[in-house]
Design a binder for this molecule. Structure first.
Ligand code: ATP
Length: 251
């Protein structure tokens, strides 16, 4: 089997006496959508921050794209193709969707496009920004300022701004948070359209989205991985149902 895109090996992290990440081993295979679920306070955000590089683990290793990145910070990991989406937004409300994506293309190009003149004056840059917006279903909204966007459209725009980097892995931090049912379904369809092309680690409370999108699901309880498996297996795992999903709850 091909080497995983991301492999966590016995990660540990404590805040004082609080042991928040406990011997976590987890991997993401090429093309896989791997969902990470768990009750509030289980340590999901803490784990994602260690993957992204904004938090240093106390022990353990992180391998990404064939390289040990444990000691690297956020920026070098991002340059290697690790894109964290939705928790930190770079969207500028006063800019149109096209302008926002153009800035992201410019930032990702590392000087390949001419600096010092309006980004959108460059036809190649403009074409790339338009293509990416088209791919997230925002072709008809390019000239609209981001401040006028619905929550779901904003999520699609944030995703577009990450896609310009041609990421090796998307870390999706609760994409469905704050979206209504219709918008959540639309966003799920958008992520489905990317599935297979870009591997994803999906942190999400919305179980419909999780079971629609994920190839495998890992369940974090008390900072430790309680189970990893295909959605159908996780859905029926008695430990998971008892500790997290709720025995009586239909999943
Ligand atoms: N910087 C910090 N200092 C001290 N404790 C922290 C810090 N960050 C998180 N914690 C604690 O670590 C535990 C795990 O928090 P974390 O935010 O990772 O959980 P989570 O699974 O993402 O929760 P949620 O689903 O509510 O977002 C919690 O008890 C939290 O209070």
């Amino acid at each position: 089997m091909a080497e995983p895109v991301l492999a966590l090996d016995r990660l540990n992290k404590s805040f004082g006496a609080l042991h928040v990440t406990r011997d976590v081993c987890l991997d993401i295979r090429p093309g896989e959508v791997h969902a990470l679920i768990g009750p509030n306070g289980a340590g999901k955000t803490t784990l994602v921050s260690q993957i992204a590089g904004s938090l240093k683990p106390d022990s353990g290793r992180i391998r990404f794209a064939g390289e040990d990145v444990t000691r690297l910070g956020v920026a070098p990991r991002a340059r290697r193709g690790l894109a964290r989406v939705f928790q930190i937004s770079n969207v500028v409300g006063a800019f149109t969707a096209l302008e926002n994506v153009a800035v992201a293309v410019l930032a990702a190009s590392g000087g390949a496009f001419g600096m010092g003149r309006p980004a959108l004056a460059d036809p190649a840059l403009r074409a790339k920004a338009q293509d990416v917006l088209d791919s997230v279903g925002l072709a008809g909204r390019m000239a609209v300022r981001a401040v006028e966007f619905s929550h779901g459209e904003r999520r699609a725009l944030e995703l577009a701004m990450s896609l310009v980097q041609d990421p090796e892995l998307l870390l999706l931090d609760e994409p469905m948070a704050g979206t209504g049912r219709a918008e959540g379904e639309k966003l799920t369809r958008l992520l489905l359209s990317l599935k297979g092309r870009i591997p994803m680690l999906l942190i999400e409370h919305d179980m419909t989205a999780v079971f629609t999108l994920a190839d495998r699901v890992s369940v974090l309880i008390g900072g430790a991985v309680a189970a990893t498996g295909e959605p159908a297996v996780i859905r029926s795992d008695p430990v998971v149902r008892k500790a997290y999903i709720g025995e009586d709850e239909a999943v």
